[in-house]
Design a protein around this ligand. Sequence first.
Ligand SMILES: Nc1nc2c(ncn2[C@@H]2O[C@H](COP(=O)(O)OP(=O)(O)O)[C@@H](O)[C@H]2O)c(=O)[nH]1
Ligand SMILES: [Mg+2]
Length: 221
Amino acid sequence: MDSAVNANPPGERPALKWTQPVVELAGTVYTQKELATPPAGVQIALAGRSNVGKSSLLNALAGRKQLAKVSGTPGKTRSVNYYLVHPWEILLVDLPGYGYAKAAQGERRQWGGLVQTYLSGAVKPRALLLLLDIRLEPQKLDMQMATYAASLAIPVEPVLTKADKVNRQQRNRCQKTWEGILGVAAIVTSSRDREGIRGLWERIAALSGASGTEPATAGAP
Ligand SMILES: Nc1nc2c(ncn2[C@@H]2O[C@H](COP(=O)(O)OP(=O)(O)O)[C@@H](O)[C@H]2O)c(=O)[nH]1
Ligand SMILES: [Mg+2]
């Protein structure tokens, strides 16, 4: 047999090259009514307490400074933002942050309505990235969020934020705690240092069924 026809013999796969996905804001919705007809397609949701660093993480993922607004005054965003990821054509769905102590009753009800409508809706996300501040012990609202997603059969992926703010020992302890609670290894990130950002993209790709890599073309750097 002519070996030349065997283009890709075992052990000689082409090297895989990472390409930074491009992220763009595809839409923002403020009401449950608008959420009732969600866009179709593969979706990965992000949730976390207000001020956990969700906007910063989205910006770090996108490699852009101002895709999502980083807030000095937490608790201001009461919307669901859809971010389209190229070239995988999946959506990152940014859910409003919870647990802002000064939020008015009506605001909390609106938050609950949006999150519940989205998560229990017709287009379920493949996974919920649950953002957790690496400096904090598990909070009641985080546990409730995780339990709620699990009750809807949505896999919960713990993503620890602000890793630059703790030492090795604190980081390990937080990782172990969440792995014990959720049974999944937590991804450690820092938007400031960009630690874990590529790893998070790879996790997102795996969860959504996108490969995240493409064969390196000859002569590519
Ligand atoms: N040191 C550090 N600060 C962060 C990091 N991520 C976010 N922050 C800060 O935490 C605050 C809240 O961030 P933001 O992204 O607006 O949080 P959000 O409310 O969850 O969207 C801001 O002051 C950010 O600068 C990080 O990785 N490291
Ligand atoms: Mg934000």
